[in-house]
Design a protein around this ligand. Structure first.
Ligand SMILES: NC(=O)c1ccc[n+]([C@@H]2O[C@H](COP(=O)([O-])OP(=O)(O)OC[C@H]3O[C@@H](n4cnc5c(N)ncnc54)[C@H](O)[C@@H]3O)[C@@H](O)[C@H]2O)c1
Length: 251
């Protein structure tokens, strides 16, 4: 593995204000990428940018709600205006709210599908003509174990949205492969980011005990896989959604 895999590359990462997206932004900047960090939360964005500044990486922050098509298109346009190219798109922003089927409101269904599915579709559609013109591109989507195996403790809209991400990843891979663009996804499980604060210590321990490698996932684990999928080294992988869960779920 080279230490400079992303020198001269521009990466656009949604949900980069914290969690996996933030870690990925920092790791890619360390390997030379120019990083566009996108999030709906200004405080989180500010934190990511100050960490990127400390590394000395070139970056751009964009406050954007991925569920709003106009904002997504504007954000991609801003990235091009600043850096002139878009090599890697990482659709990482996501919403998870825990609720039983009966508790799940229309509003929660809409919000979940708007952010987790439509946000991904909008960003890919906006990036496509740019990547086609360039003749290359990498698209990495963040799905979830729930998109394959169903939800157990979250809202049923969440697993549905992540299943859609897996399906759209395959469609995009088929359509854009001939243009030098690959599209893949990761299917994480049990990474203790802000999204997972509804898991108490007992649940975390019980889950770690059930995972063959006997630990929960980390943002570093996720970042390493996303970087591989974003790199030139993954050029013959297309349309896959890769499990990253310590062997808890295999298919
Ligand atoms: N943590 C896990 O165990 C786990 C498991 C499977 C999948 N995932 C997925 O991983 C991705 C990253 O999540 P995380 O665990 O790092 O969570 P996180 O809560 O730490 O980060 C999510 C980020 O997305 C941003 N975001 C939310 N809605 C947005 C919107 N409308 N527009 C722009 N940004 C928005 C949030 O502000 C936040 O900074 C998500 O897609 C999530 O569904 C997480």
């Amino acid at each position: 593995m080279r230490a400079d895999r992303f020198t001269g590359k521009v990466v656009f990462i949604t949900g980069a204000g914290q969690g996996m997206g933030q870690r990925l932004a920092l790791d890619m900047a360390r390997e030379g990428a120019k990083v566009v960090v996108v999030d709906i939360d200004q405080g989180a964005l500010t934190e990511t940018i100050s960490l990127l500044d400390a590394i000395g990486g070139q970056s751009l922050q964009i406050l954007c709600d991925v569920a709003d098509c106009a904002q997504v298109e504007q954000a991609i346009g801003q990235a091009i205006q600043e850096f002139g190219q878009l090599d890697i798109l990482v659709n990482n922003a996501g919403l998870l709210r825990s609720a039983t089927i009966e508790e799940t409101s229309n509003e929660l269904i809409d919000q979940t599908l708007d952010i987790n599915i439509k946000g991904v579709l909008y960003a890919i559609r906006a990036a496509t003509p740019i990547m086609k013109r360039q003749g290359h591109g990498r698209i990495v989507n963040v799905a979830s174990i729930t998109g394959k195996n169903g939800d157990n403790s979250t809202t049923f809209a969440y697993g549905a949205s992540k299943g859609a991400v897996i399906a759209l990843t395959r469609s995009v891979a088929r359509q854009l492969g001939p243009f030098g663009i690959t599209c893949n996804a990761i299917a994480p499980h049990a990474v203790m980011t802000s999204m997972m604060t509804y898991w108490d210590d007992e649940k975390k321990q019980a889950m770690a005990d059930k995972i063959p490698v006997k630990r929960l996932g980390t943002v570093e684990d996720m970042s390493h896989l996303m970087m591989f999928l974003a790199s030139d080294e993954s050029s013959f992988i297309n349309g896959e959604t890769i499990n990253i869960n310590g062997g808890y779920y295999m298919d």
